[in-house]
Ligand binder design. Structure first.
Ligand code: 13P
Length: 248
């Protein structure tokens, strides 16, 4: 099995953040610039902030990403954003298939796979999210649900491209709850085996997401096959996010 060397710590701001919050980001970038770069750090702000964040953090260690994109490159899709537009704004990554998109926007695995294709077309690194609901965890179906989601969300054309997978149990997001370390390890192993079966040797990092906080980050990030974290709420405050990054 291939374990990637540098972990990826990515912040998902979701629908949070105004221009004034870029002060926090600058603080984060300055602090990281003064430290050895032991891991990759990314921030995915709302689309309205991408270009400004890219400009203000230029030359620093923080990579910038989007939170979603549409599969088409352009067209009559009011309110949507394409991968090409994210790239044009200066983004290098994009989160795809987040459970909030799957639930609130009814995105299917097929939709997610098409978006992954769009990300690659625009030279963006996709961060592909999968995760089970609490009912699926309780009924003992978590592994099979996540493995199926993953297989169907990853187009074959991913081979040879840089990408990441984020395991985010739906019930752990914003709840303060997390799976046990053994459950995280079991799931990440299953994801690694699934990736190896289709994309042998890709070394794609498998991030854990769902209530990652300064006080649990070190434990979670030390679990075998945890190649980083996708952080929601705790990525909004530079001090908290920095603590998580330092724990990697
Ligand atoms: P929280 O860290 O707020 O639980 O959110 C996790 C998440 O959904 C990141 O994409």
């Amino acid at each position: 099995m291939t374990t990637p060397v540098r972990k990826l710590i990515a912040g998902n701001w979701k629908m949070n953040g105004l221009g004034v919050d870029l002060l926090e980001t600058e603080r984060l970038s300055k602090a990281l610039t003064a430290e050895p770069a032991h891991c990759r750090v990314a921030l995915c702000p709302p689309a309205t902030l991408i270009e400004r964040m890219v400009r203000e953090l230029k030359g620093g260690p923080v990579e910038i990403g989007g939170q979603d994109c549409r599969a088409e490159a352009s067209g009559a899709f009011t309110g949507d954003i394409s991968a090409e537009m994210l790239r044009d704004a200066g983004a290098h990554l994009v989160i795809l298939g987040h459970s909030e998109r799957r639930t609130l926007h009814h995105e299917t695995d097929v939709d997610v796979a098409a978006k992954v294709g769009a990300a690659l077309r625009a030279a963006l690194e996709p961060v592909i999210c999968v995760g089970e609901t609490l009912a699926q965890r309780k009924s003992g179906d978590a592994l099979s649900v996540v493995v199926r989601q993953l297989r169907e969300s990853l187009p074959a054309l991913l081979a040879g491209h840089r990408f990441a997978v984020a395991y985010e149990p739906v019930w752990a997001i914003g709840s303060g709850l997390t799976p046990t370390l053994a459950e995280i390890e079991e799931m990440h192993r299953a994801i690694r085996e699934t990736l190896e079966a289709s994309f042998a040797g890709s070394g794609a990092p498998i991030l854990y997401g769902g209530s990652v906080k300064p006080d649990n980050a070190a434990q979670i990030l030390a679990v075998k096959e945890v190649g980083g974290a996708l952080v929601g709420g705790a990525s909004l405050k530079a001090a908290d996010f920095l603590e998580i990054i330092r724990a990697a």
